[in-house]
Write a protein that binds this ligand. Sequence first.
Ligand code: NAP
Length: 295
Amino acid sequence: MAEPIFRRLALLGIGLIGSSVARIVRERGDIAAELVANARTQSTLDRVMQLGIADRVELDPARAVEGADCVMLCAPVGAYEALAAAIAPHLAPGAILTDVGSTKQSVIRDVGPLVPAGVHFVPAHPVAGTEYSGPDAGFTTLFQGRWCLLTPPAGTDETAVEKIAELWRRCGSMVEAMEPAHHDRVLAIVSHLPHLIAFTICGTADDLEGESRQQVLQFAASGFRDFTRIAASDPVMWRDVFLNNREALLEMLQRFMEDAQAMARAVRWGDATYIEDRILRGRVIRRSLIEMKQA
Ligand code: NAP
């Protein structure tokens, strides 16, 4: 077995993503020799101990990071600034501070200025998830064959970046570096906008009155069912994603609304060719995803 990359890894937040990392760390043994978990509530930490997925739990984030050579923020991105402020004076010199947040410019904006000299900051985003949350939701194959995008600020220590890349490769991911603004635009269209649409369409269906509302649920066809799966995601996590990728999300939403208007116009005027052409584009994208093994 290869040497562990880290002596002690501290996870601040241990829900779907953090507990998946924890399970992999425990199972493989070559990522970190020791694992410390922190969460906002004692009940989550009690559950983590019951599940046996950390060596130690700490309710105080400052205590959790003491002596850790890698600290990973795994809480909702809106909590990052306060967490970073709480841990900054306690980070060990030479430690790596990384994260898993779904937005990257906001993380660099909120956390970057608080990182003490001598600590390496390597923002990251494993592009993998489910609609479930909490420490019971994690599983060891979550990141298998999925991308992890690293957005290190210019001048970041290359050894630190390579260690985080290796951590994610050992979790089963393919790793790529990306410029943070580009990351946020790409994720706005592939993830954040689809979630916004799913939350919205479920709200629209829920607003229908009486019998029709009942029948929406009773006869939910696969299209609506797929939306409800996405819409079951954690409200706090997604609230924070929307608020922290505001510009890119609003830009993609604007483009989407223009295209939806064009589709509405085609439907109104019976433009069969336009409608068919748009549906075909969807099929082509689906096929490409299957070929790239990302479906
Ligand atoms: P989750 O299952 O809801 O878990 C969140 C964890 O963070 C819990 O342990 C929670 O502690 C803790 N936490 C919540 N608020 C906190 C606060 N104010 N201060 C400190 N800790 C706090 O969330 P998740 O799905 O793992 O998401 C975690 C991060 O991964 C987010 O930044 C998200 O953007 C990113 N991400 C998510 C997905 C996805 O599909 N879910 C995919 C990729 C990246 P308690 O249990 O004690 O409340």
